[in-house]
Design a protein around this ligand. Sequence first.
Ligand SMILES: NC(=O)c1ccc[n+]([C@@H]2O[C@H](COP(=O)([O-])OP(=O)(O)OC[C@H]3O[C@@H](n4cnc5c(N)ncnc54)[C@H](O)[C@@H]3O)[C@@H](O)[C@H]2O)c1
Length: 446
Amino acid sequence: MALKITVIGTGYLGATHAAAMAELGFEVLGLDVVPEKIEMLQRGEVPMYEPGLAELLRRHVAGIEGSTGRLRFTTSYEEAGAFGDVHFVCVNTPQKHGEYACDMSYVDSAFDALAPHLTRPTLVVGKSTVPVGSAARLAERLAAAAPAGPAAELAWNPEFLREGFAVQDTLHPDRIVVGVAGEKAEELLREVYAKPIAEGSPFIVMDYPTAELVKTSANSFLATKISFINAMAEVCEAADGDVVKLAEAIGHDERIGKKFLRAGIGFGGGCLPKDLRAFMARAGELGADQALTFLREIDSINMRRRGHMVELARDAVGGGFLGKRVAVLGATFKPDSDDVRDSPALNVAGQIHLQGGQVTVYDPKGMENARRLFPTLGYADTALEAVRGADVVLHLTEWREFRELDPAALAEVTAERRILDGRNALDPQLWRKAGWTYRALGRPRA
Ligand SMILES: NC(=O)c1ccc[n+]([C@@H]2O[C@H](COP(=O)([O-])OP(=O)(O)OC[C@H]3O[C@@H](n4cnc5c(N)ncnc54)[C@H](O)[C@@H]3O)[C@@H](O)[C@H]2O)c1
């Protein structure tokens, strides 16, 4: 009989995972502690913006006309325990307040709530990003609390999906990493991922700590690459060089590669920044802090970008924001998402607002979340409206919509034709031809 799967925590990761598991042919029950989220999902509505996810959900959510009916949702751990052969834990692991360390309380409470309902042999699979050592600790806790005892096994299966490509990445992962303590767990996970494995996704089996470290080291590497090019942008600015040309040229070296070499206002979101910090904190606990001191510099280069963008904007409006109107294009931490967690764009907008600027933000999908987080900023319904009367325009999230803007049309409504490209994603020639002063991070003024 086909495996029955539960997905615990139906946020960005969990909602996508649940829908993808149904797409792979399994009966799936998604669980969350937020009843409103569950009600939305039951109606086939996605609580966030992720391309293709709404369609995938509606194809499978029970009760929707024409759906396979394989996907249901609940808030009951009792129901989840009785239903699932394999339970994926996808709850959030944020940064602790006032500390670098990871807050494991959501993971711990999910395990504590599930364990008493595990009465038969089952596999619990952690997907959340956790500090190394967590899986070994949780495996013991699970076996002690579950009526099934050690037959309630644990595996760790870190997730590498990218927001904006979550559906594609979940259905066709570029690798599947599983940390296991026994053969049974590996066997079950091979069954769960049979389709992507058959398509050629590498399935890499390892112990718990290595699986946990794969995720945090992959994130650290990506963050390092971004901060590297941003550090080069700082040097280029000081030396009158052009970081875009520099990135293009070094990217031709296959050992370096072109990806993730776009200089800009840096990374943000619900993962990279907090994962770097949690990794440093954990290494410290393990006595290996020296190995990761470089990550402190990576983090600080990244945070410096936001301040630098504010400075450039201040210079552009004549040295002070008082009485100046600033248009901000972009609120989400990256395009094709509505996620504004630790968004560099909103951070820059917020700083300018605090310094007395009149900020108007427009984002294709992130307006609702941005308003909730920064209610005091101004918001406009279109890019054109945001730019109306602006003394400077800041391009801070690289949405396609912004690349396709007509600089001549915006020139008609803006007070001053000044644009600062915080993502090095616009075509400078196009903007300059329409009479704009275009400036970007790490590039000559021209
Ligand atoms: N978002 C991503 O792109 C991504 C990618 C890879 C890994 N991750 C990791 O996945 C995990 C989840 O991230 P996310 O972005 O989906 O977070 P999220 O905040 O969007 O979702 C977490 C969900 O878990 C629910 N939850 C919290 N406590 C619970 C409990 N005790 N029982 C049931 N549900 C509970 C919350 O209500 C929420 O819906 C994190 O560890 C993150 O680092 C995220």
